[in-house]
Design a binder for this molecule. Sequence first.
Ligand code: UDP
Ligand code: MG
Length: 361
Amino acid sequence: MDSHGLLSRPSDVAVPGLGNIPSAPASHAHGDGEARPLLSLVVPCRNEQEVLPLFVERVSCLLKELDADYRSEVLLIDDGSTDATWALICEVVRSDGHFRGIKLSRNFGQQAALTCGYEFAAGDAVVSLDADLQDPPELVPEMLARWREGADVVLTVRTSRTGETWAKLQTARLFYWLSARLCSYPIRAESGDFRLLSRRSLDALLSLREQHRYIRGMVQWLGFRTAEVAYDRPGRAAGRTKYSYRAMAALALEAFVTSGRSFLGLAGRLTALIAGLCLLGWMGLLVAWGLGLSVEGVLGSAVGLLIVLGTVSVLFQVLAAEYLGRIFEQVRQRPVYIVEELCVQQPVAVQNLASPQRQQG
Ligand code: UDP
Ligand code: MG
């Protein structure tokens, strides 16, 4: 554990009631002469029983292909699935030693599940990808090539998106447009959570201790040498999206609110502008009164401005409440997720196992 009390990989942490979680050691961490770097794949899964067998098949082919150059581990994080996903994960783990299963105690959301996978990953290079094969595993060798060339962050950028609804594409466009204007570190347009992180960039990411984690924005904030790999994003191989429009809107709000203070600053400036206009209106009213002129026109504009000001201040209060809520949750210091069970070779039940972040008190 380091002096900052940062997140530590569970392979380094003795978990009460569980002992050390077996984890493939990273090549930089052991001296057995193994020259092949360790690749970790991190995969959040929420009710993915339809697609999981296809995913495992495709990933197994990839691992075979990479085997000469890389050792590998695949972390499947079950984010509170209510279908047979966890049973399938345990089955896969038992038949193939590359796979590891981590079951969260409930649905914490994709960003929390990803955080969990990132904390458990021991790799020199760590690739996060969706279970639904929209992030083609076949792209990983190209990402690894960019990493070998010296990139710490390899983003994948979608040149096309198949199988998405018109509404989803338009809301995504609006999101990137707003992000470019409002965020201190704008999200790279058409990049998702399918990315490679080097060990040092992942350690840097894990050192950011916010409870509300919009990982795309956090990675952007980190800096580091970044490379891109372009690809055509296919539709889901099976099953249905786990993101409702409500969940997408919540994630977008997360992106803006957690992207630094510029969003709050913008709201403040807007309120100040309208308050200034209202003041001008009132001054005009007073002058008209003083000069004995008809005040009806001025009064009308002043009332109009007051309505606008009222609306903007209510919006501003809602926004301020969003920040306040996040401060409250940050101060409470609850773990980002809770692990209920691990499946390494045999599933192990764990009582109230908090994230490694919390193991350090
Ligand atoms: N996911 C998750 N927890 C959630 C929602 C989604 O772990 O609460 C996973 C899901 O199983 C998938 C990935 O996150 O592997 C992306 O979800 P999905 O494909 O449904 O999103 P979309 O591609 O439609 O935006
Ligand atoms: Mg998907």
